[in-house]
Design a protein around this ligand. Sequence first.
Ligand code: CP
Ligand code: NVA
Length: 325
Amino acid sequence: MQPDAGTSLKSVKRMPSPKTLPKIGASNFTRDIDLSQDELLALLDLTQQIKSSPSRFSKSLTGRYIALLFEKPSLRTRFTFELAIKQLGGDAVFSTGPIGDREPLQDVARNLDRWTNAIVARTFSQDTIDDLARWSSVPVINALSDRFHPCQALADVFTLQERFGDVRGLKLAFVGDGNNVANSLMLSALRLGMSFSIATPAGYAPDAEIVAQAEALAAVSGARLEIGNDPMNAVTGAQAVYTDVWISMGQEEEYAKRLADFAPYQVNQALLEKAGSDAVFLHCLPAKRGEEVTGEVMESSQSAVFDQAENRLHVQKALLLMLIA
Ligand code: CP
Ligand code: NVA
């Protein structure tokens, strides 16, 4: 096959043939720690190759069909999965609504696995993801649950690697809700040797079980984990500052309380300046300007939020290839 325009012979030689793609030991991607450190590094490497030469992989999923089951709204995740699958030569069928209401989840899983090669699910409960994985004979990918957003974390660490090269030793600060996005980011960043400092209001820290997993990963990689309540302290010396919405999907009834609780946790220019002029601002999107982040920070030259969104496409291609190609 002819290399893509702009691709050097050296980088072509380094590329895996689509027939010798790296594989993932786990059958599913239900949470970040389903990937080992080596698998995560291999995925990031494959992502770089896919991003620089997408046409090399344009037939890698020919004849593969994937179900997308979404209980919650989405822009980025739906578009990037559908486009990733189509650009790899496969096809997707999307359905929205509660999973397991009209008929038992066990039956949904055992229908879909007869027709498709994978199930990508966005759910309220993490149990729904885990139950789909238990009952389906084809891989299940978590496209966001109340507990984790592992595909987002893949794009985030890839974006940091693109910006900084070797990410080991970087300090990543998270300011806001210790929720699904923060949980996944904490696990993936620590696994790669980035220090992670999170500042949340009291009562919104990450779940203790996930913190224990994060501490174990930090002990292996040598990275530092800090959990506290002071945004200034969290961002001081950070190369990256991340935030997420204060009111996640499904929490709309808590709007007024959360707005009050999180008010001191806005990422604004004054807070970003504490990190430094070369720090990058990250957000999974959608963003609520005037709540967790100012419009000024979103539009500043330090903002990498649309790189993150683009990279969802590339990392998910790599993930699909490692799971089902
Ligand atoms: N970041 C993210 O998952 O965006 P969507 O909710 O639009 O999919
Ligand atoms: N924490 C947010 C992330 C959206 C991508 C939510 O769950 O709604």
